[in-house]
Design a binder for this molecule. Structure first.
Ligand code: GAL
Length: 418
């Protein structure tokens, strides 16, 4: 952009903007909603804010992060919805690509399309085509992805696994064999934190993936696979068995506490997304390994966090600047090494800040079969996700396979796909 002195003596920048107007746009405030309050998440978001502040030092960033349910952002989503319905949205907010973005916000008519940013920032060439599809609806783009998370990962304490005399498990049979060896040492194979609904549903979606395989698992969310398929009860039975190998207080701790058990060697492993990678690094725990969740080696169960532009934001110009930073190479390479995820941009990820897990994940994202996470907004619309998550929270307490199979079938019928 070229600055020139206009006829009236005002410094004109580009076609229409005077310098005072430009400066005014780069002050004021920017309010961002997210549920990034856990170790790793906090540092990653701070790093993204730092990139923003470098470019817009006079903007007052209001970090309205709210601790959520176990990983799915329950509390933040409730508060966000109140603000959206009242027509007083934050300037931008964390939202998963896919059904969560499109069904909950775009189809409700509460977002502004950001095609102009995709054009000005060249984003149509920056992201994998699968992500471009997930952020679009009705021929428009609605948000910009900051990352890609993998959700089907088993994170383990390497010393604990070594001391069991076994190697890291890859199948359900392996998991129970290692689990038996650990049981003899008084150590649960799995850590789980289901104080708030979410983690059990997260683990169970990986069990569904392992039991059904990629195509039939996908079909559960599109209607192509029936929820009355006996493999649903089979998966619940397997998950119920896994609960026998889990910390007994799982109903009174949260997902971060579960990871803390693994760090302390009080549990061998935890199934969680790769935000857990960010968590482990933030806690400066280095002796961990990872593998795909049981029977899930060929699948990359994925989700992406993104930011969009709500209608009538109080600080639209700053929100637009925020989206530009979120989608930028500098923004993604500051955020993702700390978040544990891989960048959404295909040209990012080359910096030395990425760890071995992330480097491997960048390759695997290209070669494995992508399946959608349901708990994290990709596979199904919010009301169905809520029914599913609550059903699994009840299951974690009552462990009633047939009742839960019935509830899951009912939830699919209510969603209109069974
Ligand atoms: C996911 C989100 C991740 C991470 C995780 C745990 O839904 O996509 O970015 O924050 O929850 O909080």
């Amino acid at each position: 952009m070229q600055a020139s002195l206009g006829a009236a003596g005002a410094l004109a920048v580009g076609a229409n903007l005077t310098l005072p107007a430009l400066l005014a746009a780069a002050a004021g405030k920017l309010e961002i909603y997210s549920w990034w309050t856990a170790p790793g998440e906090v540092e990653a978001l701070d790093a993204l804010y730092a990139v923003f502040k470098k470019q817009y030092p006079d903007v007052d960033v209001i970090n309205a992060a709210l601790a959520g349910g176990t990983g799915a952002g329950g509390n933040m989503k409730t508060v966000l919805q109140t603000r959206m319905l009242a027509g007083q949205p934050p300037d931008s907010f964390q939202v998963h690509l896919g059904h969560e973005l499109i069904d909950s916000h775009v189809k409700a008519g509460r977002m502004e399309p950001i095609d102009f940013l995709y054009a000005s920032e060249g984003w149509n060439n920056s992201f994998p085509s699968g992500l471009l599809q997930l952020s679009s609806d009705g021929g428009h783009q609605w948000s910009v992805p900051v990352n890609i998370h993998r959700s089907n990962v088993l994170w383990f304490n390497q010393a604990v696994i070594n001391n069991s005399g076994m190697s890291a498990p890859t199948t359900f049979d392996d998991v129970f064999a290692v689990g038996d060896a650990l049981k003899a040492q008084g150590i649960p194979m799995f850590a789980l934190g289901e104080q708030a609904p979410g983690h059990a549903a997260h683990v169970f979606e990986t069990v569904l993936q392992g039991v059904f395989g990629p195509d039939d698992y996908r079909g559960l969310w599109t209607g192509a696979t029936s929820w009355s398929d006996p493999r649903v009860s089979g998966a619940l039975t397997t998950f119920n068995h896994m609960l026998d190998y889990t910390n007994p207080d799982y109903l009174s701790i949260q997902w971060g506490d579960a990871t803390d058990l693994v760090i302390a060697g009080k549990a061998a492993s935890v199934i969680n997304g790769d935000w857990n990678n960010g968590y482990l690094k933030s806690k400066k725990f280095a002796d961990y390994g990872w593998s795909a969740t049981p029977n899930g080696a060929g699948m990359y169960s994925s989700l992406a966090d993104s930011f969009g532009l709500p209608n009538n934001t109080a600080d639209r110009d700053n929100a637009i600047s925020w989206l530009k930073v979120s989608g930028s190479l500098a923004g993604q390479d500051a955020f993702n090494p700390l978040k544990g995820s891989i960048p959404a941009r295909t040209d990012a990820g080359k910096s030395a800040d990425y760890d071995n897990y992330q480097r491997a994940a960048m390759q695997e994202f290209k070669t494995l079969t992508i399946v959608p996470s349901v708990v994290h907004g990709f596979a199904a619309r919010e009301s169905w996700v809520t029914d599913y998550v609550n059903a699994m929270n009840v299951f974690a307490a009552n462990r009633d396979v047939s009742a839960t199979a019935g509830t899951l079938l009912q939830a699919a019928q209510d969603a209109g796909v069974a």
